[in-house]
Design a protein around this ligand. Structure first.
Ligand code: SF4
Ligand code: SF4
Length: 311
């Protein structure tokens, strides 16, 4: 049972409640080795699936709800509860534990969603940290790993030795990291803004919808005036009609563009001219103005979305 503690962008996001005394004070690289094995024969089997906080990434949600054959709303209502991400004002979800404070997916013989388990469950007992200052694309990342050694975990008494690289491969972490990257960057970037401006309610709702409920986000793209405002290449449009992973990556690009004013998603020229004139009226190109722009734009888009949903 590999569990639940991960760290990213210099702080822990995908982790259970952190007890620093369980972190081995040593930096690991991909070539460092650990001796660890988790299997049904360990005396602590599934102990680590209770009394935990497991934040779900958008990709975790997608994988789990496909596995359970649920739409996003049913999955969120049944298995999650809201939370804020990484001490920021960004809304997200965590797994809702049952009355016994256990993960709803654990049974005596192990994890019932093992091949689709969340990112945090894959990493444990390894944590990862990326120093990626402010989420800027052109800044170098320094990645390193660390080990979480909790007293109840007997996996360290086993005799299998791995490099961190092989451990990640065995746990399928690389794909999850790739899928989570843009979302994590958004949160870290937002975190660096938090002290200067609060994210408006509409922007928070849009962030939540686009990162947790792809069904609604798809309706928003195809049934509101979204496509009148943004330039979207025909092949991308075709892909996001049916492919949820393509849609997820597109949703995260949209959020980056709307919340931080980047050009990963381009506005149409005439809309852009209108926006530039609005920004000119609002004053200098400050962070607060990005917030104001995002807020105004999201309000307008939300109205459009509501129209399409008959709200
Ligand atoms: S998802 Fe699976 S591995 Fe993760 S806590 Fe739940 S039962 Fe354990
Ligand atoms: S060995 Fe560690 S990871 Fe495996 S079930 Fe026990 S506590 Fe969980």
């Amino acid at each position: 049972m590999n569990e639940k503690q991960n760290s990213s962008s210099a702080d822990s996001l995908l982790n259970k409640d952190k007890n620093p005394s369980n972190i081995v004070p040593q930096k690991f690289t991909l070539d460092s080795t650990i001796t660890f094995r988790c299997h049904p024969g360990v005396s602590c089997f599934t102990q680590c699936c209770g009394n935990i906080t497991i934040i779900l990434t958008p990709y975790d949600i997608l994988r789990l709800r496909k596995r359970l054959q649920l739409d996003a709303v049913s999955f969120l209502h049944t298995y999650t509860e809201p939370t804020f991400l990484e001490k920021s004002d960004m809304p997200g979800v965590k797994i809702r534990l049952n009355d016994a404070h256990r993960c709803p997916f654990v049974r005596e013989d192990g994890c019932t969603v093992y091949s689709d388990r969340p990112t945090a469950c894959r990493y444990y007992p390894v944590g990862a940290a990326n120093f990626h200052q402010g989420g800027q694309d052109n800044q170098a990342e320094e990645a390193f790993y660390f080990l979480i050694r909790e007293p109840h975990c007997k996996g360290f008494q086993e005799d299998t030795t791995w490099t961190i690289r092989d451990w990640r491969k065995d746990q399928g972490v690389d794909l999850y990291d790739e899928m989570n990257k843009r979302w994590l960057e958004l949160i870290m970037r937002r975190k660096s803004f938090t002290t200067q401006a609060t994210l408006g309610e509409s922007a928070k709702r849009m962030f939540f919808m686009a990162s947790t409920d792809l069904d609604h986000f798809r309706s928003f793209v195809f049934e509101s005036s979204f496509l009148e405002k943004y330039e979207v290449a025909p092949e991308i449009l075709e892909a996001i009609k049916n492919d949820d992973i393509a849609l997820l990556q597109f949703a995260l690009k949209y959020l980056e563009s709307a919340l931080f004013g980047t050009e990963v998603l381009k506005m149409k020229q005439e809309v852009l001219k209108q926006k530039v004139a609005e920004i000119g009226r609002q004053g200098e190109n400050s962070k607060e103005n990005f917030e104001a722009r995002a807020e105004a734009e999201l309000n307008a888009l939300k109205e459009e979305r509501n129209k399409t949903r008959g709200v």
